[in-house]
Design a binder for this molecule. Structure first.
Ligand SMILES: [Zn+2]
Length: 145
């Protein structure tokens, strides 16, 4: 039987209701009466990420979160879990802005790549960034006009 290479390499993924959501975000969302945006993070004040009592939670922006964690010498979840070379990741994205393709390169999920890119590019929306920079996937099959 013949399988296309891309099909073999594509990692199977699993989604719950289409998305994975942290308990702390759900609790904070209920507290403020709306869903948190992708630019909003929930920081655990006493550093214990299992302690989701409301008094231990704090909504922060990505920038604020990085500052807090730098000042207490604690790595953020992303810094702890994944180490990407900033220039390499941005280079891949500029070459081909299809996030799922980059996720295949690193064998991790798309959300991880998206998060890392948003941090490295210092933007809240990749879509917006892509549009501003005029990035698009250039099909090799298409002939140059
Ligand atoms: Zn935090």
């Amino acid at each position: 039987m013949y399988y296309h290479k891309e099909v073999i390499n594509k990692r199977p993924t699993h989604y719950v209701d289409g998305k994975q959501e942290a308990i702390s975000r759900i609790i904070m969302g209920e507290q403020i009466g709306r869903k948190l945006t992708s630019g909003e993070l929930v920081h655990h004040i006493n550093k214990d990420t299992r302690d989701n009592r409301i008094e231990n939670l704090m909504v922060v922006t990505r920038g604020q979160h990085k500052k807090i964690h730098d000042s207490i010498g604690m790595k953020t979840r992303l810094q702890k879990k994944y180490f990407f070379d900033k220039d390499e990741l941005i280079g891949l994205y500029h070459d081909d802005p299809r996030v799922y393709k980059i996720a295949e390169v690193y064998n991790c999920n798309e959300m991880t790549i998206e998060r890392a890119l948003r941090i490295f590019l210092n933007c809240n929306s990749l879509k917006k960034y892509k549009k501003e920079k005029g990035l698009r996937y250039k099909s090799k099959n298409r002939m140059e006009a």
